[in-house]
Design a protein around this ligand. Sequence first.
Ligand code: IMP
Ligand code: MG
Length: 189
Amino acid sequence: MENRRRAHDSPLVEDVAEVLITEACLQQRVRELGAQLSEDYYDMNPLLVCVLKGGYLFLADLTRQLTIRHAIDFMAVSSYGDGTRSSGVVRILKDLDADIGGRHVLVVEDIIDTGHTLAYLLENLHSRQPASVRVCTLLSKPDRREVELAIDYVGFEVPDEFVVGYGLDYAEGYRNLPFIGVLKPEVYS
Ligand code: IMP
Ligand code: MG
């Protein structure tokens, strides 16, 4: 077909102003984290809890780098706020399938921004008497933190900019980009 657009004329990529973390860098770091977790959780059969939706690609790639026995489960939460700022009031949209009592839990997050969502989640998980709870986040924005949190594994620290790709969305779009990028200002208006 003559007027069929080629795959590389991606309207998603055209909206990107800057690539902050390339696909190769992401994959390299995920390999390192997978190796580290395989050591730290050796013989512990951890339960990886993926926070939807943003964590789905990170979890999928991370678990393929694990050489140890483990299980996965999913939670979906929504944070009440004004859209760009989370309030700390969190609603559980989807809870875990199984009881985590006595399990070693690793929360797998896309990004920790103010920290309110994670603080709520950790408190909630701790109340279920797991053997341990740790956090592995792909990205962290330390300059934005409003709640002090111990984060055990961080992929990358990023500046205070709104980022998309590799699971992270703007208005539910751009999650499938294989890199982390910043959108052109006109996309938001
Ligand atoms: P927090 O409660 O402020 O830490 O917000 C965490 C959640 O806000 C993340 O799980 C993301 O869903 C969302 N979020 C925060 N910063 C960004 C960003 O730069 N891009 C996309 N989503 C973000
Ligand atoms: Mg989100």
